[in-house]
Design a protein. Structure first.
Length: 124
């Protein structure tokens, strides 16, 4: 990694000795300035199925979704309180359309309104 976190020296930057953005050297006297550890998601998700306890916890989303659909039926298609990520319209439509089934794992990603680019004005 660049000492200023501009780039990671991988892919198109793997042969560079200096950062193309800030011009800092890739290496100091002891080696690379920074390291970035990658932990692949796939093996982590597979490990969740290894014990009966964590495998049971993996069905939480399915149980919650079933309860939401039961509530929708009881209340004429209305949800009384949106209090969980499972109440999202895109998610519920994907389940209703069969795009997400009981055999699927659902990964959700949430970000705050942080400004990620130096010259980009916040749109929050």
């Amino acid at each position: 990694m660049c000492p200023n976190s501009c780039v990671a020296y991988t892919g198109p930057f793997s042969e560079l000795d200096k950062c193309p953005i800030c011009k800092e050297d890739q290496y100091n006297a002891k080696g690379s300035w920074q390291y970035f550890t990658t932990i692949p998601l796939g093996p982590q998700l597979q490990a969740l199925w290894r014990s009966p306890e964590s495998a049971h916890k993996m069905s939480h989303w399915s149980d919650q979704t079933d309860q939401i659909f039961e509530q929708l039926e009881r209340n004429g298609g209305s949800i009384l309180a949106y209090n969980d990520i499972y109440h999202g319209t895109a998610y519920l439509e994907a389940v209703a359309n069969g795009q997400i089934t009981d055999n699927d794992m659902v990964l959700m990603f949430s970000m705050d309104g942080a400004q990620l680019y130096y010259h980009k004005e916040s749109d929050c």
